[in-house]
Design a protein around this ligand. Structure first.
Ligand code: UTP
Length: 482
């Protein structure tokens, strides 16, 4: 029998002193295993810092709006111009990126620790059948992108995947079941992100999900920059000679697993310090709920749509497009050295927390009774990866075309849903096929009258399609995968 009693009384005193004594309310009723599990969880909380954290983020709403004058981001535009003056050369950028990838210095990295609650699925989102025609799981689509890139560049491109404690085992099992989708097992590396305790919205108390379990939530995609380091992934990258990370989310089947143009600009362009760069798409509707990249006090910063003042959101550039149009699509190039620096700088890893009001099933901190809330009752704290952008010396922003690289699956219906993603995947495939002379039927509204999917194994870009067997035309209503 573990000698837990002295520790419990010591812990009880510490918890009581910070108003969190309820966490041990049931300790005497627990089995040994349950008790040691609970004590370990509580020991993992940073009790010293908890009151300040709760004061700053839970019981008050911090203003995280950027400070300093705002100005539009100098954009490396898709047409080869650079905002603020100058031009950039796509072929030169490609060559620079290609050289680094061929030298085996680039890894892919997918953040897949989210809960996918808006899509309403259980388990890892990467298992979701995202392929427009094939219904291929998102993880397979990315694996195909990594495989095709390894082949094209003749390089080992390891793929790191961040899970959360909630979906880690199921994610690894999925890859095992599918023999790593043809990738070498040693080059697919999983690690789990950290968690934060969940809090009562009004009480500020750490919630228990049952009598022996602290309620927790994954600590946000910003947690990836911490977990890359604490998990040993950064050490592993250094051993493999990796210098740059191609970062993308688990929900975008059109993402290029590694883009030589982006990596090339990120590592060589004068606007970049090679630490953290971002791909954006043009925002055309001021109301669109997407964050934008802009200069805040002279520093490149990602600004949430709710933090962009209305007059600036509507401001027009001289060419009548939106001045603040650099819509963040969460595709980044990040250097290994930058992640290391974020974790080893004085004061430690410190991205701000964002608070989200959520419905969290728990035990009521006052009565100890189970609560299944119908209204938000709790607070989840998360950090966001884009908050690291202003910590880079200079950060580059590259425009890409929405139809080419952005078809996220986030919601069950409407915008950013499986249906909208299918349409965008079809539209991109139609563009690429038309460029090869294939006739694609159109509906009255100009959208393709068919469903199309091109796997990265067939083509990473339109030029690759020239080597594929293609039909002369596609019949209306057809569903075709290439
Ligand atoms: P989202 O912001 O879409 O969150 O994540 P989510 O948790 O997946 O979905 P909802 O809000 O519950 O519907 C964007 C990306 O960041 C990852 C997700 O897996 C996705 O790739 N993410 C998010 C993490 O890896 N960890 C987190 O804690 C949160």
């Amino acid at each position: 029998m573990p000698q837990a009693t002295p520790d419990v009384s010591d812990l009880r005193a510490r918890l009581d002193s910070i108003g969190q004594g309820h966490l041990l309310r049931f300790v005497d009723e627990l089995t040994d295993d349950q008790r040691s599990g609970l004590l370990a969880q509580i020991a993992g909380l940073d009790l010293e810092k908890l009151p300040a954290l709760i004061g700053a983020y839970v019981t008050s709403k911090p203003d995280l709006a950027p400070t300093g004058d705002l100005a539009p981001a100098p954009l490396y535009a898709a047409d080869g111009t650079v905002g603020g003056g100058g031009t950039w050369d796509r072929a030169e950028a490609y060559a620079a990126g290609e050289a680094i990838i061929k030298a085996g210095k680039v890894a892919c990295f997918t953040v897949a620790g989210g809960q996918g609650s808006r899509l309403g699925i259980d388990g890892p989102k990467g298992k979701y059948p995202g392929g427009a025609v094939t219904g291929a799981p998102l993880f397979k689509i990315f694996a195909d992108g990594v495989l095709a890139s390894r082949k094209r560049f003749g390089a080992d491109i390891p793929w790191y995947i961040m899970t959360s404690p909630i979906n880690h085992d199921e994610t690894v099992a999925f890859f095992e079941e599918h023999a790593y989708f043809g990738l070498p097992k040693n080059d697919v590396i999983f690690f789990s992100q950290g968690v934060m305790p969940s809090f009562g919205m009004r009480s500020g108390k750490v919630l228990l999900s049952d009598q022996h379990t602290v309620a927790t939530n994954p600590d946000g995609h910003g947690g990836s920059l911490k977990a890359l380091y604490t998990s040993g992934a950064i050490d592993d990258m250094k051993k493999r000679g990796i210098e740059q990370i191609s970062y993308f989310q688990v929900d975008n089947p059109l993402v290029r697993a590694v883009d030589p143009v982006f990596i090339g600009l990120h590592t060589t362009a004068p606007h970049s310090s090679g630490q953290m760069s971002t791909k954006v798409v043009r925002k055309t509707d001021p109301e669109e709920k997407v964050g934008v990249l802009a200069l805040a006090g002279g520093k490149m910063t990602a600004i949430e749509y709710s933090d962009l003042p209305e007059d600036l959101a509507n401001e027009l550039a001289p060419d009548d497009t939106l001045a603040y149009s650099a819509g963040n699509i969460a595709i980044h190039a990040i250097s290994v050295a930058f992640v290391e620096q974020l974790n080893t700088s004085a004061g430690g890893f410190a991205l701000p927390f964002h608070r989200a009001e959520k419905k969290i099933p728990c035990l009521d901190p006052a009565s100890g009774e189970p609560v299944d809330p119908v209204e938000p009752n709790g607070i989840k704290l998360e950090t966001f990866v884009f908050d690291a952008i202003p910590l880079a010396e200079r950060s580059l922003v590259l425009e890409t075309l929405r139809v080419e690289e952005f078809a996220p699956i986030k919601n069950a219906q409407g915008n950013d849903s499986p249906e909208s993603s299918r349409m965008l995947q079809t539209e991109r495939a139609a563009r690429w096929l038309r460029a090869c002379g294939v006739k694609v039927p159109l509906r009255k509204d100009g959208a393709p009258d068919c469903t199309l999917e091109i796997t990265p194994l067939t083509a990473l870009d339109p030029e690759d399609l020239k080597h594929a067997q293609l039909p002369e035309k596609i019949e209306p209503g057809a569903k075709m995968a290439f």
